[in-house]
Design a protein around this ligand. Structure first.
Ligand SMILES: Cc1cc2nc3c(=O)[nH]c(=O)nc-3n(C[C@H](O)[C@H](O)[C@H](O)COP(=O)(O)OP(=O)(O)OC[C@H]3O[C@@H](n4cnc5c(N)ncnc54)[C@H](O)[C@@H]3O)c2cc1C
Length: 304
């Protein structure tokens, strides 16, 4: 009874939210609709994992069952991974519970029955602080908390009645990039300073020698269509140990997605580019010269 309840359709996000619950000194209780996911999540130190089972394949159809369950359990807070499905379920559950919904928060503190959060608004220009007393639903993007490693939890099956007003007629898989940037340890990020798609090979070579994944800005993804996913406020939040930006100006909408990186390195020809304000190491120079030099140097260091 009481404690924090968690839902995410992505295991790693559920693990991060378990990290938040533990950090808050509360019990971490995860709700899922999938038994395989439940067994994975059970490895991340939750106090309890509940698998909701009913006769609908649509997670959204269990929103009322989740709300009833949270009410019975006297949950203090329902935290949800801010994926498309998570946001959908969060809104429905908050509606059924008639409680506050705080969305896409950057920071969150639960103290004395009140949850206090901050989040970026107006494209990152303003930080909005919100507080809600009593039960609330909060959506949290990935990368805000450290996942708890280890510990096994009990998995309990809960038979529930699904809402049958919406049914699944057909499903078509979305083709996504294989790479999960939000879980990557090192990222080489390309911006519009890169002139042609073929030039991405410079970033690929550097990434290979670093053991990094390739990311990009929204402009590269949405204007050039070179990569499917981008980093930033309207894209992915990352927290790698190394983020190396080449030809990225560092507008605030991009930077809010990278600021949890441990080390930020930037290569840019413009010494006044905003990326340098948030960088630990800055190289004022042409990526077409610097990237091959770095790759060569790292290769010889690795070989030695
Ligand atoms: C509501 C809203 C949400 C947004 N969300 C996001 C988001 O989530 N993520 C995101 O990335 N953007 C987002 N944007 C867009 C953002 O404002 C910027 O326009 C975008 O990030 C810029 O991308 P860029 O750095 O690739 O390009 P540019 O801003 O064009 O920067 C290119 C940089 O490359 C440098 N350069 C040029 N040639 C070289 C060279 N040879 N070597 C080295 N450097 C060179 C230039 O000096 C320049 O600084 C959003 C915008 C809005 C309005």
């Amino acid at each position: 009874m009481g404690g924090i309840y968690i839902y995410s359709d992505r295991t790693i996000m559920a693990a991060e939210l378990i990290g938040f619950a533990k950090k808050s000194g509360k019990s971490a209780n995860v709700i899922t609709f999938n038994e395989t996911a439940a067994n994975e999540i059970a490895q991340y130190g939750a106090d309890q994992v509940y698998v909701f089972k009913g006769d609908s394949p649509l997670a959204e159809n269990y929103a009322k069952a989740v709300a009833d369950f949270l009410r019975n359990e006297r949950a203090e807070l329902f935290v949800v991974g801010a994926t498309a499905r998570g946001r959908d379920i969060a809104a429905r559950v908050a509606g059924y519970l008639e409680c506050s919904l705080l969305s896409e928060v950057s920071t969150i503190v639960l103290e004395g029955g009140t949850v206090s959060t901050t989040r970026m608004v107006y494209g990152g220009a303003v930080i909005q602080s919100e507080a809600a007393a009593g039960m609330a639903v909060v959506t949290i993007p990935s990368g805000k908390f450290e996942a708890v490693q280890g510990g096994t939890s009990e998995v309990a099956i809960v038979s529930v009645k699904a809402d049958d007003r919406v049914s699944l007629l057909e499903s078509t898989p979305i083709v996504r990039s294989e790479v999960d940037l939000s879980a990557a340890d090192k990222i080489v990020c390309i911006g519009l300073g890169m002139e042609k798609k073929e030039d991405m090979q410079l970033a690929i070579d550097l990434a290979e020698v670093l053991g990094a994944e390739i990311g990009c800005t929204r402009s590269v993804s949405e204007e050039k269509h070179w990569l499917p996913n981008y980093i930033g406020i309207s894209g992915l939040t990352i927290r790698p140990s190394l983020y190396l930006a080449m030809g990225v100006s560092g507008q605030v909408q991009h930077l809010v997605g990278v600021r949890d990186s441990k080390i930020i390195v930037a290569i840019n020809t413009n010494e006044k580019a905003p990326i340098f304000n948030g960088a630990d190491y800055g190289i004022v120079g042409d990526l077409y010269e610097i990237a091959p030099l770095l790759t060569k140097e790292l290769k010889s260091t690795n070989a030695g």
